[in-house]
Design a protein around this ligand. Sequence first.
Ligand code: 13P
Length: 254
Amino acid sequence: MTARTKIVAGNWKMNKTVAEAISLVEQLKKDLAAFSGGEVVLCPPFTALASVAKLLPTSPRIQLGAQNLHPAAQGAFTGEISATMLREAGCRFVIVGHSERRRYFGETDAFLREKLLAAVAAGLRPIFCVGEELPDRESGRWPIHLRSQLQGALHGLPVEVLSEIILAYEPVWAIGTGRNATPEQAQEAHALLRKEMEILHGASIASPLRIQYGGSVTPQNARALLIQPDVDGLLVGGASLNAESFTSILLSVE
Ligand code: 13P
């Protein structure tokens, strides 16, 4: 089995003013000064990216990510931000296809595919999110749903793009609900995603692929999730907004 470096990302969603972001990052830098458990990515709102970038060292243990991008290089897309702009702001990562973008902003697999291409072309590593809604979990149709999301966005993408992707399994019923997937449910879904990637793109893509789990991750459940063989990291929402809880999650990586 390929050794995969764990990667934990904090998705701040629409939270934190610039001042609040700076104070959180300053605290995290202190708390994580001796941390060596893997890669850490912070995804603040757009308005805080440049200020947070200034606080992070140039060969960082903590790296910067954005929560969204538009696939076009530039142009008349009011309110949107391009991959090049994110790179310029200091980002190395970008979340693509979060269920909140799919649900509230109507983002389709085909559109997400364009975002993946644009992100990698600009030098950003996409954190590509998939995950089923509750009815698909309860009816047992979740594997069909996950396969369809993978195929819909990733079908036929070149190896140079696929090899930059980090996958995030975020069951929609677990996001912000306090009801996380059990470690067994997460492992089962991650193994299925890796198998499907192998079928679609071969073992050379699937085996090193890192798959994060996201959905009601807390300091209490992080370790049990992370020790699953196919759980290569976490995508943390609410618990990443507080230095103490995010640090405690990160320390469970070590
Ligand atoms: P919570 O950790 O708040 O459930 O959010 C998960 C998530 O959506 C991360 O992208």
